[in-house]
Ligand binder design. Structure first.
Ligand code: ADP
Ligand code: ZN
Length: 712
């Protein structure tokens, strides 16, 4: 570490001074202690559980460099950047480095100047790298994403199998393998292939308690329901919206954009460049929504994704759990929100019926879809059911899913189900839901007359329910396996064995009550944006915008400066000085030194004007400016940072209260060159590219003012 004099020696001291956290989570401490003393470990922890600290802290406590093997090259840079921001000496070796840069890393390794080295598996296995490591002191090997060793898994990496060589060549160096893939067979494969028979196993629950699971019926207006959900609960949060098709992705993204949200598409039909650009904006800016096919998400570990929305039903619970798991990695409240409807069920059943896959695979897929449908129609705790499926037992209902928060009412649907099933029978078991519902309602329809179905006994016997209610009932019957979708794929329904007992009146059927016209569940989930309700919204926005400024200047994602959780704690505790700020979760020594003042400044500014509005402080700045003071002078007079004063002035420029030329005394040609640079900036709101393209000639403050003038 850089902070030599205060090099803390205990794990807890490091946790606090470097990472700014006060307590270890779950099994972290036990794992750290075990590895620090030289033990091997196998760690199974859910996504967002905090695996990284399990090797990072031992790597710092043990003498030498910790070597971390990771298959996700795209993430390595982020991890190294994040460590550096905390003052940790970290570097990486992979194919993205120039030869020159790689030599530099090698040299600092030999000079014992690194605490941690991230390396791609193929790079590690090269003779050159192994020889190099033999000439240094290695504190530990961490094998991240250890399930890549499994030949049966989706992420199989042949190089991972060869990692057993580490044990042979470095028998004295402890190894820690980590994964979020839970099942027993993968675990056994990891142990066997990596020679970890003697490793201690640390297995955590796979529950993600901060994620609120919510599933509701799509009544044909899922887009509007999505918009309402985002506006009510996540007005300026980052989120992911999953859709089934590319076309739908484009449609939803542009529709949300037309509603003043920042929504970007992501699917395989876009150019690689466009995808990369959208992904970058999602990672780097606050409040960006990605609308994507399931192709999106692998290797994304943005911690502050506040919601994952599904506009279509995933194929299996595995897929659902993985996709929703991308929300709330930072442990803060997050929503997993899903809409599903009759059409989803029929589409997926049809796809399965017409699939060319071998019978045994089809059977498995069939099973998985049924489990997924089961979760949707559930009237008891969703989390309990999910975890049970993955072999985890949750003793009590969770209290943080929709069925716990608002238990669905059930009703005795036996008689209605008999009518619905009987109508399928009377019309010859070949019609789809819309037709069947029309018959039940006794519609005056040419087709019905042509087939003579206006004279069957079920014609017009269902007038006590609405069209939507009958559709709802059919969906539940299909989802419960009481009706099957035809094999030709036209959506016709036919009876199966399981429907018999109900038809004959031998089985009672209790179903979810029809959802009254999209009864909206607007109960707030307490997302990070809960501050919007408490009158603290402005300070929250100000903290976030300061964070964005700092991130822009460094060209890194905003969350790397501080997580939402850290800003939220600042908002709650209102630290007044550096010592108090140091106690906020996520503020380590290095970040305190680098960013403490910048955030205290925002907090201090708001302390005085708690009851006043932002406009008052801006008005004061403007008044002093009009009286002839320069921004520096105003900053001094008000005890604020110059940057803050410029922000006030930029806002005044946007409102047309002051002219750009009054604030920024530059020649027209200079202003033109700045405007040109801003206009040709492809990366949206980020100013770093503009700053760079002007070779640092103009400060961020000046750039911000020019941009403000362009916006008005
Ligand atoms: P994983 O690799 O298991 O998905 P990470 O190691 O990325 O999870 O940790 C997830 C998030 O939780 C990170 O933002 C990390 O900083 C945070 N975190 C980890 N351990 C703690 C802790 N003891 N206290 C507070 N936050 C923590
Ligand atoms: Zn629950």
């Amino acid at each position: 570490m850089n902070m030599q004099p205060s090099h803390p020696s205990s794990a807890r001291a490091l946790l606090h001074s470097v990472f700014g956290y006060s307590v270890f989570r779950m099994q972290q401490e036990a794992i750290v202690d075990h590895v620090v003393t030289g033990g091997d470990a196998l760690v199974l922890m859910p996504t967002g559980g905090g695996k990284s600290l399990c090797y990072q802290i031992p790597a710092m406590l043990r003498p030498g460099v910790g070597v971390i093997v990771s298959p996700l090259i795209a993430l390595m840079q982020d991890q190294v950047d994040a460590l550096k921001l905390n003052g940790v000496r970290a570097a990486l070796l992979n194919s993205t480095l120039t030869q020159e840069a790689a030599r530099e890393v090698e040299q600092s390794l030999l000079n014992s100047e690194l605490d941690m080295l991230y390396v791609a598996p193929e790079r590690l296995l090269m003779a050159r790298t192994l020889n190099l490591l033999e000439r240094c002191q290695v504190s530990l090997f961490a094998i991240d994403e250890a399930h890549c060793v499994s030949q049966w898994g989706h992420d199989f990496r042949p190089e991972y199998v060869q990692l057993s060589i580490l044990h042979q060549r470095f028998p004295a160096v402890p190894r820690i393998a980590l994964t979020a893939t839970a099942d027993g067979s993968t675990r056994r494969e990891i142990i066997q292939r990596l020679a970890l028979e003697d490793a201690r196993q640390f297995i955590s629950s796979f529950d993600r308690p901060n994620i609120r699971y919510r599933i509701s019926e799509n009544n044909g207006n899922s887009r509007e329901q999505l918009l309402r959900f985002i506006r009510n609960e996540h007005p300026d949060d980052a989120g992911i919206v999953y859709c089934l098709s590319r076309k739908r992705v484009d449609e939803v993204a542009s529709w949300l954009s037309s509603k003043d949200l920042i929504a970007l598409p992501y699917h395989a039909g876009l150019s690689a460049e466009q995808r990369q650009q959208n992904q970058q904006r999602f990672l780097r800016e606050d409040s960006v929504i990605i609308v994507a096919t399931i192709a999106f998400g692998m290797g994304i570990d943005k911690p502050d994704v506040r919601f994952v929305a599904h506009l279509n039903l995933p194929k299996s619970l595995e897929a659902y759990y993985q996709e929703t798991g991308r929300a709330g990695r930072d442990g803060q409240p997050a929503n997993a929100w899903m809409m599903y409807g009759l059409q989803d069920v029929i589409t997926l059943k049809k796809m399965q019926a017409t699939s060319e896959a071998p019978e045994d695979i089809k059977r498995v897929e069939h099973h998985k879809l049924d489990a997924m449908l089961g979760l949707c129609e559930l009237t008891s705790c969703r989390r309990q059911a999910l975890l049970r499926y993955f072999g985890d037992e949750l003793p009590d209902p969770c209290g943080n899913c929709d069925t716990c928060l608002q238990p669905p009412e059930t009703w005795d649907a036996t008689a209605a189900a008999q009518k619905a099933l009987s109508c399928v029978h009377r019309t010859g078991q070949r019609f789809g839901v819309s037709y069947l519902v029309d018959v039940l309602l006794g519609k005056n329809d040419e087709r019905i007359r042509r087939f003579g179905h206006d004279s069957v006994s079920t014609y017009g016997i269902g007038k006590e329910h609405t069209q939507n209610e009958w559709r709802d009932l059919y969906r539940q019957l299909i989802a419960r396996g009481m009706l099957a979708v035809d094999l030709e794929g036209h959506g016709g329904l036919h009876l199966i064995e399981a429907s018999r007992p109900v038809l004959r009146g031998e089985q009672q059927l209790y179903l979810r009550k029809f959802s009254a016209k999209t009864k909206n569940r607007t109960r707030k989930s307490g997302s990070a944006n809960r501050f919007a309700e408490t009158g603290n919204n402005k300070l929250w926005q100000a903290l976030r915008s300061r964070r964005q400024q700092l991130a822009d200047e460094k060209g890194i994602p905003a969350y790397m400066i501080f997580h939402d959780a850290t800003l939220a704690e600042m908002l709650e505790n209102r630290p007044e000085n550096l010592a108090q700020l140091a106690n906020v979760t996520g503020v380590g020594e290095r970040k305190l030194a680098d960013y403490g003042e910048a955030f205290l400044d925002v907090l201090n500014e708001y302390r005085d004007i708690e009851t006043d509005s932002q406009t008052d402080t801006e008005a004061e700045t403007l008044q002093l400016f009009r009286s002839g003071l320069e921004p520096d002078g105003i900053a001094e007079a008000r005890g604020l940072k110059t940057t803050t004063i410029y922000n006030h002035l930029a806002n005044a420029i946007t409102r047309g209260e002051v002219q750009l030329e009054e604030v920024v005394p530059l020649a027209t040609t200079q202003l033109d060159s700045i405007r040109f640079a801003i206009e040709s900036n492809e990366s949206g709101q980020r100013l770093k590219p503009v700053f760079d393209s002007l070779e640092g000639e103009y400060s961020y403050e000046v750039l911000r003012c020019v941009r403000a003038a362009m916006a008005c």
